[in-house]
Design a protein around this ligand. Structure first.
Ligand code: PLP
Length: 442
């Protein structure tokens, strides 16, 4: 039992803290006192299955006992030293990361999270190339800090504008209203021809880098069409533009491979990541840079820093988490459960007329709802529908935690989930979909 009542926990949190992306007075936060494995626990004995790994980030599951033991041991070691110092864990873990990242991604700059990783990747790209502009895509989220929110394509950017100049948005390979039935090859060709024009109109030698989410996350689990990543990399290379893959959400096994870009058989110039790096137990992110970028910063100043850069305790935790992820073969497990999740999605589509489509790669998935038989989305871009609130309440009252975004329901459980637990989650989703069926217009 917790020392406070549920009401005290909620009321004091709302009174003395601000909640992100919300008007604090209107939030109804989930009161959580403990979390183990794939389960969240509330102060009154409530239990919710975590079907979203919180923010697609608790990849190894909550409070993994092996990691908790190593964290306790790490408390007796060096807790902090300024980032100008060299430490054993910094040496050991970065060497290990160099073996885990493919190709020549052998050098790392540590941050406190994903947005800061992207900030520092923007900085590194500009310093390395001597160019200013940055390309990114509309259906993307790259973080909430100054430059990261300008990289972001989705509506969270709008109230944060104007930002600094030089951030150019381009279309995604699969646009929102894409409906003329082209195959992957045509989609890629079409998109890259358009991108090529944008690059020429913007001035190729003014563009430092393009940022992409290797597999787009909150903007709708968008899996790159076949051949896209390889051809995109080749196009950018031809102009000397760096490719930065944002693996903050897609990384660390979520897609059934350690990194999402590995599905496209490329090695980016830089990778940013966070979240699953520590399973969110402590804040940590990083930028991985290729050898030629690292070589540049051997002789040229990297004009960036953070008090908590290469924080020794956070690095100890990351090392324990990554070791556990690999030792317990959770990446392979996510790949193995990919068809199991797809079968659940298929079954729900067959059963519920409100299901428009579904997709997943590894344990990164969602179901999209429709309002009529023409396949019109239940919720337009950046819109809302009252039934989605009812579905959210249903989940909360029936033991499921997951993310609902517009007219989509996410399924992104921790990578340690069992098939039985996955079935439990989809059984609750199944019942909730009856609410969406009731508003289906036919
Ligand atoms: C793809 C992506 N990039 C960056 C971020 C920002 O990470 P953070 O919230 O740790 O700053 C997120 C967070 O959701 C993300 O999903």
């Amino acid at each position: 039992m917790s020392a406070m009542t549920e009401q005290e926990i909620v009321e004091l949190s709302k009174k003395h803290t601000l909640f992100s992306w919300s008007a604090t007075g209107k939030v109804n936060p989930l009161p959580v006192t403990d979390a183990r494995g794939v389960w969240l626990h509330g102060p009154n004995g409530q239990k919710w299955l975590d079907f979203n790994s919180q923010l697609m980030s608790v990849n190894i599951g909550h409070s993994h006992p092996k990691v908790v033991a190593k964290m306790k041991a790490a408390c007796d070691k060096l807790l902090f030293v300024y980032p100008g110092a060299a430490t054993e864990v910094r040496a050991r873990f970065s060497q290990k990361l160099a073996t885990l990242f493919p190709g020549d991604l052998n050098t790392f700059f540590f941050t406190l999270g994903g947005a800061e990783a992207n900030e520092n990747a923007v900085r590194a790209a500009r310093l390395f190339t001597g160019r200013q502009k940055i390309l990114s895509r509309y259906r993307s989220y790259h973080g909430a800090t100054g430059n990261a929110i300008q990289l972001t394509g989705d509506p969270r950017r709008w109230p944060n504008e104007p930002g600094g100049p030089g951030f150019v948005k381009v279309m995604d390979p699969t646009p929102w209203d894409y409906s003329f039935g082209a195959n992957d090859e045509q989609i890629v060709e079409n998109n890259l021809r358009y991108l090529d024009e944008v690059i020429r109109f913007e001035g190729p030698n003014t563009i430092a880098a393009m940022f992409i989410e290797s597999v787009t996350g909150t903007n709708g689990i968008l899996i790159p069409p076949k051949g896209y990543l390889k051809k995109l990399k080749a196009l950018l290379d031809s102009y000397g533009i760096l490719l930065v893959c944002d693996e903050v959400m897609a990384g660390w096994g979520r897609t059934g491979k350690l990194f999402g870009f590995e599905h496209g058989d490329i090695v980016p110039d830089m990778v940013t990541t966070a979240k699953g790096l520590t399973s969110s137990y402590v804040p940590l992110g990083l930028v991985a840079v290729s050898d030629r970028i690292a070589a540049h910063f051997q002789n040229n100043v990297f004009w960036g820093g953070l008090t908590y850069n290469a924080h020794p305790f956070c690095l100890e935790v990351a090392e324990a988490v990554v070791d556990t992820l690999l030792e317990e073969k959770m990446v392979e497990h996510a790949a193995k459960l990919e068809p199991v999740m797809r079968a659940h999605h298929e079954r729900l589509k067959a059963k519920h007329r409100s299901v428009r489509t579904y997709r997943n790669i590894g344990l990164f998935g969602l179901i999209e709802l429709q309002k009529n038989a023409k396949g019109e989305r239940l919720v337009p871009y950046n819109g809302a529908h009252p039934v989605m609130g009812k579905i959210g309440d249903f989940f909360r009252n029936n033991g499921l935690f997951t993310m609902i975004q517009g007219g989509t329901i996410f399924s992104n459980p921790p990578l340690c989930i069992t098939e039985a637990e996955l079935a439990t989650g989809f059984e609750i989703v199944d019942r909730a979909l009856s609410l969406a069926d009731e508003v289906f217009e036919g």
